[in-house]
Design a protein around this ligand. Structure first.
Ligand code: ADP
Length: 177
C-alpha cells in the first residue's frame, strides 16, 4: 500500500560556538535521514559564549553551501531558540532530535538528556550519529583554545569561521588592552 510520504523533520540542537567540520559532517549525514533539518542554536544563559546566537546562526548559514548539495538551502533551516527543546520539537512536528556521539564520554550525558526529552515529548525519537573518524576529536571548546592562542585552526573549521574567530579574538584583546 502506498500512501503520502511523511515529511521527516529532524532537529539538531547545540550551541555551535562556533560551527566546526564535525557539526557539518553531522548535518550532511542527517540529510540522508530527514527531508527537512532544523539546526537549533541554543541560547543557554548558564554557558559563556564567544559568539552571539545570531552570529552563530549566520556562520552556520554561511557554511551550508560547503555541503555541495543542490537543495541544502531549502532543506536546512537554522533557528535560534531558548527554552525547552522538547517543546520546540513538538511544535515543529519533528520526528527526531539528533545529537552527535564522538566518544564514550559523550554517552552518559546524552543518554540522560534523551530520556528526559522522551518523558517530555514521547513522540520524538532520539537519533545519535557518529561523525567521520577524522572529526571525532573536534570540539568547539578546543578549537577556541587553539584560536585564542594564535594556533592554526584551518583543519577544524571552514575558512569563514577561521576569519570570524581571528576577528573576535582581536576584538577581545583590544577591549582588554
Ligand atoms: P552542546 O553544547 O549542546 O553539546 P555543541 O555545539 O558542542 O553543543 O554540539 C552540538 C551537537 O553536535 C552535540 O550533539 C555534539 O555531540 C555534536 N558534536 C559536536 N562536535 C562534534 C563532532 N566533532 N563530531 C560529531 N558530533 C559533534
Amino acid at each position: 500500500m502506498t500512501g503520502p510520504t511523511k515529511n521527516r523533520i529532524g532537529i539538531y540542537p547545540g550551541t555551535f560556538d562556533p560551527i566546526t567540520y564535525g557539526h557539518l559532517d553531522l548535518i550532511n549525514r542527517a540529510l540522508a535521514l530527514f527531508d527537512h533539518l532544523i539546526v537549533a542554536v541554543a541560547i543557554n544563559p548558564a554557558k559563556v559564549h564567544l559568539f552571539k546566537p545570531e552570529d552563530r546562526r549566520d556562520m552556520i548559514l554561511e557554511c551550508l553551501p560547503l555541503l555541495e548539495m543542490d537543495d541544502v538551502q531549502r532543506r536546512v533551516e537554522v533557528v535560534v531558540f531558548s527554552g525547552l527543546l522538547a517543546q520546540l520539537a513538538v511544535q515543529r512536528g519533528a520526528t527526531a532530535i539528533l545529537r552527535g556521539l564522538r566518544a564514550v564520554s559523550d554517552f552518559e550525558f546524552e543518554f540522560q538528556i534523551a530520556l528526559t526529552n522522551r518523558a517530555l515529548a514521547p513522540s520524538v525519537e532520539a537519533v545519535f550519529l557518529m561523525p567521520n573518524a577524522k572529526y571525532t576529536y573536534l570540539s568547539s571548546t578546543i578549537i577556541k583554545n587553539v584560536a585564542q592562542h594564535g594556533g592554526d585552526v584551518t583543519k577544524f573549521v571552514p575558512p569563514i569561521v577561521v576569519e570570524r574567530l581571528a576577528r573576535r579574538y582581536a576584538e577581545t584583546r583590544n577591549s582588554q588592552g
